[in-house]
Write a protein that binds this ligand. Structure first.
Ligand code: CA
Length: 233
């Protein structure tokens, strides 16, 4: 990676904040920080950070709400919660809102650095895997949202690419509509949400990737189970 990795530290306790900044600067990261909830959210929403270290108890807006608001616009932003609250319930609440990990306070710096490296590694692997997607003779560039079908250039939406990537990652089995709604759209399971949303996306995708949309060979329906993506030629 030829640029420095950027971390945002959102923490109101000054000694902890400056301690974190020192440690991560020492480890070669570029650091920005915020001491209040609203400023933390504002900086987080710029989307320029590789990772956000997020305290829970903050003036103005707590870490849960910040996490929730980030997730509403960016499901992939790596977030680690720093929590003095160590009850299972609090931790589960944070993870449910979409934090990638949590580190209980007081934390050892070494532990924290290891957790940060692990989360960054996972998010990088995800990005690299997702760059090119091959479905049979179809090659899709997941960043440019474009693909090539024979001589035709095909344009995709971000959501369509996300659906394809998720199906590709699970191509050994059919994926149900409910699972897609939960994993791609981010809806909680068990909510009574129109699964037709999924079907509409699948229909649009078939028009883009299938040779014969009446007889899908790539994005197939598995009766009673969902959809499966056939990625091999
Ligand atoms: Ca605090």
């Amino acid at each position: 990676m030829n640029r420095q990795i950027r971390i945002l530290v959102v923490e109101d306790e000054e000694p902890i904040r400056t301690g974190l900044i020192d440690v991560f600067v020492f480890h070669g990261y570029e650091i920005d920080s915020a001491a209040t909830g609203p400023l933390g959210l504002e900086k987080a929403l710029t989307g320029k950070f590789d990772l956000i270290l997020l305290d829970i108890m903050l003036p103005g807006m707590d870490g849960y709400e910040i996490c929730d608001r980030i997730r509403a616009v960016d499901r992939n932003q790596p977030i680690i919660m720093l929590t003095a609250k160590t009850s299972d319930e609090e931790i589960i609440h944070g993870l449910k809102l979409g934090a990638d990990d949590y580190v209980p306070k007081p934390f050892s710096i070494q532990q924290l650095v290891l957790r940060v490296e692990a989360v960054l590694r996972r998010s990088r692997v995800g990005q690299e895997q997702a760059r090119t997607l091959s479905i049979g003779d179809l090659e899709i560039d997941t960043e440019n949202l474009s693909g090539r079908k024979g001589d035709d250039e095909v344009a995709f939406t971000k959501r369509e690419i996300e659906v394809l990537c998720y199906l590709a990652q699970n191509s050994e089995r059919p994926v149900s509509r409910e699972e897609l709604l939960s994993k791609v759209w981010g809806y909680a399971r068990g909510l009574d949400i129109e699964t037709r949303t999924v079907d509409i996306h699948i229909a649009k995708l078939r028009r883009k990737i299938e040779v014969d949309i009446k007889q899908p060979a790539k994005l197939i329906t598995v009766r009673g189970a969902g959809y499966r993506l056939v990625t091999e030629r």
